[in-house]
Design a protein around this ligand. Sequence first.
Ligand SMILES: Cc1cc2nc3c(=O)[nH]c(=O)nc-3n(C[C@H](O)[C@H](O)[C@H](O)COP(=O)(O)O)c2cc1C
Length: 327
Amino acid sequence: MLETAFTRLVGCSVPIQLAGMGSINGPELTAAVSEAGAFGQITFAGTLPKDAEARMNRIEELTSKPFGVNLIMPFFDPAILRMVIPRARVVDFFWGEPDVRLIDQVHAGGALASWQVGSIREAINAEKAGCDFIIAQGIEAGGHIRGRLSLLPLLSAVLDAVSVPVLAAGGIGTARSVAAVLFAGAAGARVGTRFIAAEESNAHPEYVRALIAARAEDAVETTRFEVDCPMCPSQHRVLRSALEAAEALPDRPLGEIDISGERYPIARFQGTVVSKQVEGRIDAMACYAGQSVGGVRRVQSAGEIVAELAGGAEALLARLAVAQVAP
Ligand SMILES: Cc1cc2nc3c(=O)[nH]c(=O)nc-3n(C[C@H](O)[C@H](O)[C@H](O)COP(=O)(O)O)c2cc1C
């Protein structure tokens, strides 16, 4: 058992958190990760309050284990925050200055609050604002990249700068990397890309196939997928194949997305996450991927992914403990 300050705080048994990943994280993936003993999260960003409520209901049907709700500040909706606080164990924020009023509101409703940060300064501010734990995101991460430091320099400095538990995020897709950040002092790992290929994920199957075919060096940083994205201009990490395919196409819509029964066009270089609700030139859309993509080899259940990462990390750390006492 890999018990840490994070597992004790949130009430899970494995120090792995499912990263917020927009509409990739449906209720099924969130619940499956929590059921496996790790900490599932769902993201509401640009989600209609009635849809958010239906997804919360569905998670609660699927699991009675604790889970979190991830909110992105440029999409912030106070009605959704009010609805989720009494039902989520953690409300997790990203992409904005840590805000003491929001943290106080979360605490007053009985939930824990966390903030994913990209710099040492932002980590210190998140602790000052009252966060119960912090997630340090290195530039190896898939999706939008908050800061400019690689994970290990950021994690080391953040661990020295704050006293709340710190999770590590960015490029973690193998048991070795989970073990490495735990050994460095992180209270857990936040894992995104690896779970896109979970059976329960809401990612488009063509996107999943492209992730499986990719190696770590095929996840590249760009600023190009900025159309219709309130988090942009910003750095984000995507598959090189998607960037190159989009560059080669004429500047016309690449397909459509279905949102609550309405269809909307997807422009070239639009930042929209490639979910099952999207159709068209999937290969040229925003196929976000972290350097952890090298660990994505096949479609597996979320439970298998959690067991592989946690079991493998535990075995590696146990080996180290034995090495320390050996003559
Ligand atoms: C497809 C995708 C979508 C993402 N969307 C979000 C999001 O909605 N909210 C959020 O806090 N982070 C988001 N992120 C970033 C993750 O929280 C996390 O930092 C990242 O996945 C860690 O790197 P990894 O993908 O190598 O595991 C996203 C990442 C990916 C890959």
